[in-house]
Design a binder for this molecule. Structure first.
Ligand code: FUC
Length: 761
């Protein structure tokens, strides 16, 4: 493959820059005009229009009404179910602020604006009503564990309102002083509590009867007011504690008391600092939208997108995925579920659960590469928390095996329903390994990851079926979610291949269990291999029965291409070609998450224009609140991904897909611009993360070629780069090779050092 050694003189250059980036310089400046989602009218629909906010554990959906403000809120552990039954994620409650003397027939003021600044995770609502300028500012703070709703106006005494709470499970609202609260228990005994406390400037706030046996707060002629809201349950992710921990009322009271002692500005500053330390690590510029177009409300941009290019909208949706992950997945909490954190129903679609045949896994594809490694932790902790209870259910189904697996529908206490798709835990294992692959955190690998990987491997060691010819097949699998149940379906085979590969790599790093490692390597060699079928497709089943007219949303036969790493255009071109044939037959239009997955597939096939075509289909304004997922997905006005209905995996998969178009690192080298579409001929991105713990501090390109590249090695070690054009390095030890159409560079790095390259042509 290597045509000639090239360019050594030009790249044997100066000594590397040795500056160590401080935590602060990990934050990259946001691109202008790019990070606001906004509307010129209040939300009517929860799913399609209200704006989400959250602190990873607790959050809400904001409507921004003029006559009534409505914030529907959730806490991520409010779940029914137990160790047998999945249960379902529950709505928590609602906060209403009914402004007195407002006329519901009044037109929305022309200057009404409701927005989320996703660079700060702060929402604002502003309007002029009868000559008074009103402003609301909301956020949900992780450090202070409260939602903060701050109302101001430029006229004294402008606010008179009734503030009320509603429990989604209908318990009584009680009040005292300047507070309201409710508490209750779900049918599985999980205790919950929510409370608000209010501070007014001027005027009065008094608790009064709501006329229905409960309490509400009455505000009269306040200049402004601030509401603090907190909610909690007594869930604990520890099975040995029977999934229960501290009483929720104590936690809620403590956080409200502590936050009440602080002034608003202090709460705001603490929140913005906490959030932007994560969000600000990545900045992206895919091109400039004409300013008048970029300034339109988001729903109008979605409509206009079908007529004129809006690269800033593409970048906004990218960053929105990161916003949603930070808002729904923070250390110490549960992972983002099918709707992240946001759910207004006690009977949500698919239970708003942890679907494990693609969905929860897709939720985390963006975490490591977009430099949000910390946000990956709730998923990893969740997997860990399931081990013991899943050993019990696995034993019941497969007596005598070691280890454990999970099937498709899962809750937070280990219960499950729909016992499809056997390799749930083997796919989880990829996340467990990837956290190490990106961070190189050996202590994590040794103490946390390796024991889990090994248990999951042991399950397959015992579960795989040995054929007389020595081939190993997964017995009675089902390719999600169609076709027969039979041995050796590609989905199972490839996930197990990936599991074994990751286990072997982990054992090698730790120099652990040498003979077992070799046994696993031997099993991997004997797994039934991917097959190319009669119309050139990558077979979904061992029998060559794939239908070229099958446009099913799951493309499970392509797992080895993405998120697996067995198939690549570079190392296995024939299999990559077969994957392409299958993908073309599946078509471009599908449900939200399915399109997001296809963006990732095309990026892995190094076809940027096809990935971009799917991206274009993905950015389609989906209307209505329907659940008919055969209608094709898109995004709603609030940028939530439409399966339909709303399902958050598509948002996360989109961000992962765009990242894969710009940078890949699954094949032991960092590929720069592997799938750049013609539409993005000039752009730059700061702060992406690659396997091997390399931060791509800056990557700039023009006409499809790298013009500047700054890489920070966070853990040291060898670095391999593949670039579409020749680069000149300022490090002395870089060796370069010209390949067929790319250029490859290799060098050893020191931890903490930064390496700078310039494009040569
Ligand atoms: C899988 C998919 C469905 C949906 C559900 C939550 O079963 O096949 O499309 O996304 O998960």
């Amino acid at each position: 493959m290597i045509k000639k050694i090239f360019f050594i003189s030009a790249i044997t250059l100066r000594v590397a820059l040795t500056c160590t980036l401080s935590a602060q310089t990990r934050t990259h400046t946001s691109k202008p005009n790019n990070l606001i989602v906004w509307d010129n009218k209040p939300a009517k629909e929860w799913m399609t229009e209200a704006y989400p906010m959250g602190n990873g554990r607790f959050g809400g959906m904001v409507f921004g009404g003029l006559v009534q403000e409505h914030i529907q809120f959730n806490e991520i552990s409010l779940w029914t179910g137990d160790e047998e039954e999945t249960g379902s994620y529950q709505a928590f409650g609602d906060l209403f602020i009914d402004f007195k003397g407002k006329d519901s027939t009044q037109a929305v003021p022309a200057n009404y604006r409701r927005q989320v600044d996703i660079s700060k995770a702060v929402q604002q609502i502003s309007y002029n009503d009868n000559g008074v300028n009103y402003k609301r500012e909301y956020f949900c703070s992780l450090p202070d564990k409260v939602m903060v709703l701050h109302f101001t106006a430029d006229k004294r005494g402008a606010y008179s309102a009734i503030i009320s709470l509603k429990d989604a499970h209908d318990s009584k609202i009680t009040g005292s002083g300047n507070s309201l609260q409710f508490e209750g228990k779900l049918n599985n005994g999980l205790a919950y509590n929510a409370a608000i406390t209010i501070k007014t400037t001027g005027g009065t706030a008094t608790v009064e009867s709501d006329g229905k046996g409960g309490s509400q707060l009455n505000i009269n002629q306040a200049d402004g007011f601030t509401i603090l809201l907190s909610a909690a349950t007594d869930y604990s992710n520890k099975r040995e504690q029977r999934w229960r921990g501290e009483a929720p009322g104590i936690k809620v009271k403590q956080s409200l008391d502590a936050a009440s002692a602080k002034i608003y500005q202090q709460l705001l500053n603490t929140h913005v600092a906490d959030y932007s330390a994560l969000f600000g690590r990545v900045a992206i510029n895919l091109g400039t939208t004409p300013p008048p177009m970029a300034a339109e409300p988001t729903y109008k941009r979605l409509i206009n997108y079908k007529i004129a290019a809006d690269p800033q909208l593409e970048a906004l949706l990218y960053q929105y995925g990161r916003y949603l992950l930070i808002n729904s997945s923070r250390k110490g909490g549960l992972p983002a579920n099918l709707q992240g954190l946001w759910n207004n129903s006690n009977n949500p679609p698919w239970r708003s659960d942890y679907h494990s045949n693609i969905n929860i896994q897709m939720n985390y594809w963006l975490a490591e590469p977009t430099n949000l490694s910390e946000c990956h932790i709730p998923y990893l902790d969740y997997i860990n928390s399931m081990r013991e209870v899943k050993k019990v259910s696995t034993q019941k189904e497969y007596p005598g095996v070691r280890g454990w697996t999970v099937k498709t529908e899962n809750g937070i206490y280990g219960g499950s329903s729909f016992l499809w798709n056997t390799p749930g835990s083997a796919w989880y294992a990829q996340g467990i390994w990837e956290h190490y692959a990106f961070t190189k955190d050996k202590a994590y690998l040794q103490t946390f990851a390796y024991p889990i990987l090994k248990e999951i491997v042991e399950f397959w060691d015992d579960h795989l079926k040995h054929r007389p010819d020595g081939t190993l097949v997964s017995p009675l699998g089902w390719s999600p979610e169609h076709g027969p149940t039979e041995d050796g379906v590609t989905y199972d085979q490839e996930i197990v291949y990936d599991l074994f590969t990751n286990y072997i790599a982990a054992a090698d790093v730790l120099n652990a269990d040498k003979s077992y490692r070799d046994h696993v390597a031997d099993m991997r060699d004997h797994l039934l291999k991917p097959k190319i079928g009669k119309w050139g497709q990558l077979q979904e089943w061992e029998t060559d029965r794939d239908d070229p007219k099958d446009t099913h949303r799951h493309s499970s036969n392509l797992f080895g291409l993405h998120p697996g790493k067995r198939i690549s255009t570079i190392k296995t071109p024939e299999l990559a070609q077969a994957a392409k044939v299958s993908l073309l037959a599946r078509g471009d239009v599908s449900t939200g998450w399915s399109m997001a997955w296809k963006m990732n597939f095309w990026a892995r096939l190094q076809d940027g224009d096809h990935a971009y075509k799917i991206l274009n289909n993905f950015i389609t304004l989906a209307g209505g609140s329907g659940v008919n997922y055969n209608e094709g997905g898109g995004v709603y006005a609030n940028l939530f991904c439409a399966h339909p209905p709303f399902q958050i995996d598509g948002n996360f998969g989109y961000t992962a897909g765009v990242t894969e178009m710009l940078l890949q690192s699954q094949t032991d080298e960092i590929q720069l611009l592997p799938a750049l579409p013609k539409a993005w001929q000039k752009g730059d991105v700061q702060g992406l993360h690659a396997r091997g713990d390399f931060e791509i501090t800056d990557m700039e390109w023009k006409d499809g070629k790298i013009t500047k590249l700054v890489i920070k090695s966070l853990a040291g070690g060898a670095c391999s780069l593949r670039s579409p054009n020749a680069l000149a390095a300022n490090a002395a030890n870089v060796s370069g090779t010209k390949l067929n159409s790319d250029f490859k560079y290799q060098f050893d790095t020191f931890a903490g050092k930064t390496y700078v390259f310039n494009g040569v042509n």
